[in-house]
Design a protein around this ligand. Sequence first.
Ligand code: ATP
Ligand code: MN
Length: 146
Amino acid sequence: MYSRILLPTDGSETTDRAFDHAVDLAKTYGADLHVLYVIDATVFANDVETGTIVEEFESVGDRVVERVARRARDAGVEPTTTAVVRGTPHQRILEYAAEFDVDVVVMGTHGRTGLDRYLLGSVTEKVVRLSDVPVLTVRHGPASET
Ligand code: ATP
Ligand code: MN
């Protein structure tokens, strides 16, 4: 059922609990894990698109996905692949899922902004609405609160 699992991360610790679920699914099903970071191009003006700011975001993205992937490999998930792409986060997540024939997307309910008054963060909400494959959303917070 699950051969390829996609874990999008924005580098915030809210991904931690989603991570646990993604890793457990991957181990249970012997699935590949894909860790994806999207450089949010919507925050750049067109003229900075090619500048050093974007390069800095790229190295931030590389660090984020490598950190998550190292933890996944340490937990025994092989192969774990990483990707850093540029664009509109929810669109790129959906495109990646289609391109790599992903079976399930695992993501936090909230990310960097983390406004709890919203049921879901905007990226997660759009992915849930538009995804062709199941999306497992994981709320962040201590286990005692869940
Ligand atoms: P906001 O709607 O203000 O961004 P938020 O940051 O709390 O609120 P989301 O951005 O929807 O909420 O984040 C929820 C989840 O979406 C994250 O845990 C992560 O899995 C995924 N996500 C968000 N942004 C990105 C990104 N740039 N690249 C990859 N995954 C992302
Ligand atoms: Mn966000």
